[in-house]
Design a protein. Sequence first.
Lengths: 191, 144
Amino acid sequence: MTDAHARQDPDLDALALIASGDTRGCRMLSDRHLPRLHALASRMLSSSADADEVCQDAFVRAWQQAPRWQARAALFSTWLHQVVLNLCRDRLRARRESLPLEMLEEASHDDGPEQAQGRIDQSSAIRSALASLPERQREALLLCHFQELSNIEAAQVLSLSVDALESLLARARRGLRVALIGGALSSGARL
Amino acid sequence: MSNMSLARLTELLDAYGVNHLRWPAAEREQALQFLQSSASARALHAQAFALDESLDSWLVAPPSAALKAQIMASFAPKSSNWRSILAEFWRDIGGWRLAGPTFAASLALGAIAPFWLADGGTDLPDEDLMAAVQMVEAFAEINP
């Protein structure tokens, strides 16, 4: 499996360019991964500003890692996800007591005012429901649902077996359903 | 022959949701075939749809152009000027860690050279050579 992954890692070309000091490699890597990594950090931290800082930090590490990177079982994108996840965990630990609900800019700017408000309400409900889950369940759901990592990649990021990941995911979705139904009932809305 | 069962499909829906692209690659095809052939499976699939829809509604702002620019600016490629090349070479060969052993070797050479030169540099006594080597080794041990 190691060789197969090494052949399939789509980032090896970008890493080789970065290692030779070519900024085109950096552009390739950031174009491919920044949007997804930023979305992960935004959802983990509920703050675009914090997500910006995490991504800057993660890419500085990527530039440093590139010349040393050797094709291995895990893809480079899996390593990047691990870096972002660890940076987010550090920040969450530092501000454990409060999760700011400040991401009003999340709504699509193409929507009309009513649709935008509806999306903000729904996003807010999902965010609150996810925040109520245990950390590992939340991370598993973010990686598999929003980051669209395969079960094997998500398990590698979380250092779990695929079976354990599946169990975490099932519990996460169950907990989320309960939390969302509870929220919908208390607000009088329909899930 | 499909190995997929209603129980396993339920597990897949519980863990990964309704989008078959999120299902494990090894079971995806069988699960899709099972969905087509079983009304009970389709009913389960429909029930699981609402949660995925709710999750998909959570949008976040994309990264700004300013962030992309900052990230690009954070890349410091290897410099090609001679100072950087020398500094890199110095680091590669061990940097200041080599200073101790180099100093010890110089001392030893200084101790040996007079004997060597006095004898025409041809037949250095073995005990002197051994003493010099031991001195270098001892110095290298305390100055790794």
